[in-house]
Ligand binder design. Structure first.
Ligand code: NAG
Ligand code: NAG
Ligand code: NAG
Ligand code: NAG
Length: 308
């Protein structure tokens, strides 16, 4: 099983390969490539909550091609999964079919190197970014930022902290309405796409605006809770992973079996979870970047986030 798992994962072509195939065959372009939307949404929300110092540091670190916008580089880590093969396990963590996450048990790659999972990666790249401004820093902080922004998104996708046995839902075949999918992909993409089509006139920006509006309205009370964690190492990523495995058990895997058809019932009861996780990820990414580049350090009192 241990050997089979990485091979199985290869069958599920991540976004980069899919995009490559699509562009090679010159198929009509979609508004957004598959799977990118979630990461772009998270980062568009985060950008709005960056402190001035953090925004300035981010702008300096971004590659020129980003045009000053963090959201354009947030899908990058998926695009380099094959090139940086070692980074593939950093997108997720798996549990041995239990509904809790334990760093010491679950945060490793297939060779059992400790820390090689999404939680370790968030701590790792946060640490690296603390060396910003230090001329002796040997890290490529542009990459550190692009990895961090991506992995904070990933750790909030419930099935990025799922069960080892089904590879976070990747081996659970389902029908999403009429289309063949796997459960992992439903949570990475399909729920967002269906919501965008049904509620937001197929527009990512309209969806982002709706989420931002909710952050200043429906969720404003919740934000202070999202900022807290009880389990802090370098960051609260450990807590975010615990939340995700709970959501996987209570929503993503719940009542799902091989070959099931998922339609309106599943969609209407799950998309609020997806929207909330996207918003939480955006808020928390801003929080981490404000810690790193601002005065307030994670050990000190956190200055509440302000909309800029
Ligand atoms: C930490 O970052 C370095 C540089 O990108 C990488 O080689 C290493 O595998 C990372 N480790 C984790 C746990 O993310
Ligand atoms: C840092 O990483 C980026 C993205 O991979 C790359 O374009 C850039 O050349 C790297 N910078 C250095 C100094 O290696
Ligand atoms: C939906 O989008 C289309 C083009 O993408 C636009 O023409 C139309 O006005 C939009 N409808 C609403 C209600 O915003
Ligand atoms: C806004 O928040 C409310 C309360 O949590 C929720 O029911 C609703 O689905 C949210 N709307 C969006 C667009 O996320």
């Amino acid at each position: 099983m241990a050997l089979a798992a990485p091979l199985l994962r290869l069958r599920l072509l991540p976004l980069a390969a899919f995009v490559a195939v699509v562009s090679l065959t010159a198929a009509p372009r979609r508004a957004e490539a598959w799977g990118k939307q979630g990461h772009i949404i998270v980062c568009k929300i985060a950008e709005k909550y960056l402190s001035e110092k953090a925004a300035a540091a981010v702008e300096e670190l971004l590659p020129e091609s980003a045009g000053g916008e963090l959201s354009t580089v947030c899908p990058w880590a998926d695009e380099v999964r094959f090139h940086y093969y070692w980074s593939r396990p950093l997108h997720y963590a798996n549990t041995p079919q239990v509904c809790n996450f334990k760093y010491s048990r679950d945060c490793h790659n297939s060779r059992h190197q400790q820390g090689m999972c999404v939680v370790g990666a968030i701590n790792n790249y946060t640490d690296q970014l603390y060396s910003y401004g230090d001329s002796k820093s040997s890290y490529n902080l542009t990459e550190s930022l692009m990895f961090l922004a991506h992995f904070v998104g990933d750790v909030h996708q419930p099935l990025h902290v799922g069960f080892e046995e089904d590879e976070g839902g990747n081996t659970i075949k389902v029908h999403w309405y009429r289309r063949k999918e796997n459960l992992h992909h439903v949570w990475d993409n399909s729920i967002i796409e269906t919501a965008m089509k049904d509620f937001y006139n197929r527009s990512l920006d309209t969806m982002v605006e709706a989420l931002k509006m909710n952050l200043t309205d429906g969720w404003s009370e919740d934000i202070s809770h999202w900022e807290n964690c009880g389990n802090k190492k370098e960051t609260c990523a450990n807590d975010y992973a615990i939340e995700s495995i709970h959501l996987s058990c209570n929503y993503a895997y719940k009542d799902v079996e091989q070959d099931i058809t998922l339609g309106d019932d599943y969609f209407y009861s799950r998309y609020p979870i997806v929207e909330k996780r996207l918003a939480q990820a955006g808020i928390r990414l801003a929080l981490i970047l404000n810690w790193i580049f601002g005065e307030d350090k994670p050990d000190g009192n956190v200055i509440p986030l302000q909309v800029q």
